[in-house]
Design a protein around this ligand. Structure first.
Ligand SMILES: Cc1ncc(COP(=O)(O)O)c(C=O)c1O
Length: 405
């Protein structure tokens, strides 16, 4: 069957593929440690469950407005006021099936074929693929100094007359780095001056450690929501660990929201009502779960950081937020895909190759899982890679001898 050139050019999601591979191994009884996961382990907040269950019990589960349940939009408006200090109208908000769909719809709404979008490396794997799916061109900016924070000059150099948008994710998946407020301020100023849409993917903005706060791009512009070029993407997936409910949203000027609503109307219609009810419950219920999750993940960050800092040859940045770090393993193998494969085969540890995020030589490790898995995972990696680590190890109830170093 002939398939479109474009469709064939779209890469598989490496993280979803790794989840499937890990599950297959687990189904065979293999004691896999999964350091590739992109979701916290917590249960959904009780208010989310009750709110969704009440809707289901009523049995009245029908189409609702394409852009989201008015009551959920009201909760998002309140969230925007509390967290961004901005009053917005219902017409500035559109709810979608996860922040993933929000981003796709945004790009579909903004780009003409061959328009360029600036993507800052390391970047979330889906950005370049999504841009290509709407016939745009991703322009990757990689920090020249080996850090995870590009300099403003580097970004400006990548901008051309075809640049329509820029995507910023801070705190950042995969590095955990939070960009400094000065860089966010400069990006906002630049995009406002040049009429470039600045897409702020704020999906991790509350998962920030050590008493820090993610700078809000909207606080660096005086323009009102109808004239600013800043667009906010957010959702419940990471904030409440509610990945399976698939609810995300965009806050933007009305014209953009209205076009995105048409796109959504012709593809998915409204996001599932039961999930919208759950999102509303989460947003309007007690928020202690968010802080508990943040503290748990901060503690996990400290555990994995300790272990990695004691891993000879590995260099790791201290994450400011998210539940990922991106250590440099190039001392062991510059080819991160080969290295991740090797670790899965030999040590039954799932990692995500840095190449997928535009950072070859690195591995993305998630610390969203249990603390004991982090300890065990890094121990196995050391055993597999470090010639000075003990030669044998127990993986599950099997004693394995390293015979390749
Ligand atoms: C940076 C980033 N943006 C967006 C998403 C998508 O979130 P959602 O589950 O709401 O689609 C993810 C999920 O991994 C992410 O890491």
């Amino acid at each position: 069957m002939p398939l479109s050139q474009l469709a064939k050019s779209i890469a598989e999601s490496p993280t979803l593929r790794l989840n499937e591979e890990a599950q297959l191994l687990r189904d065979k009884g293999e004691p896999v440690i999964h350091l590739g996961i992109g979701e916290p382990k917590n249960k959904a907040p009780i208010n989310a469950v009750l709110s969704s269950a009440a809707k289901l019990r009523g049995g009245d589960v029908k189409y609702v407005p394409t852009d989201g349940l008015p009551s959920l939009k009201k909760a998002i408006i309140r969230y925007t006021e509390e967290n961004y200090g901005r009053m917005v109208a219902p017409e500035n908000v559109i709810v979608s099936v996860g922040a993933k769909q929000s981003l796709f719809n945004l790009l579909f709404a903004l780009l003409n074929p061959q328009d360029e979008v600036i993507v800052l490396a390391p970047y979330w794997v889906s950005y370049p693929e999504m841009i290509k799916m709407v016939y745009g061109v991703p322009v990757i900016v990689t920090p020249g100094d080996g850090s995870f924070v590009p300099r403003m000059e580097e970004i400006e150099r990548a901008v051309s007359p075809y640049t329509r948008a820029m995507i910023v994710n801070s705190p950042n998946n995969p590095s955990g780095v939070m960009y400094p407020p000065e860089l966010i301020a400069d990006l906002v100023g630049f995009c406002e001056r040049r009429a470039i849409t600045l897409i702020m993917d704020d999906i991790y903005h509350k998962l920030v450690f050590d008493g820090k706060q993610a700078p809000s791009a909207l606080s660096y512009t005086d323009a009102d929501i109808e004239s600013t070029h800043v667009v906010i993407v957010n959702g419940i997936s990471k904030l409440y660990g509610m990945t399976g409910f698939r609810i995300g949203w965009v806050v933007a000027r009305r014209e953009l929201v209205s076009v995105m609503t048409n796109i959504q109307a012709q593809t998915t219609s409204c996001p599932p009502v039961l999930s919208q009810a759950a999102a509303e419950g989460a947003l309007t219920g007690v928020q202690t779960g968010v802080e508990n999750l943040r503290l748990l993940i901060q503690n996990n960050r400290d555990i994995i950081l300790n272990e990695l800092r004691a891993f000879p040859g590995v260099h790791v940045n201290k994450p400011d937020g998210t539940f990922y770090c991106l250590p440099d393993f190039s001392a062991y193998n510059r080819d991160s895909v080969a290295l991740a494969d090797f670790l899965l085969k030999k040590a039954l540890v799932v990692t995500v190759p840095g190449r997928e995020f535009g950072m070859e030589g690195h591995l993305r490790l998630s610390f969203a899982g249990a603390g004991k898995d982090l300890l065990e995972g890094v121990k196995r990696m050391k055993w597999a890679l470090d010639p000075n680590a003990p030669n044998d190890i127990y993986i599950g109830d099997r004693k394995l001898i390293r015979d390749w170093l």
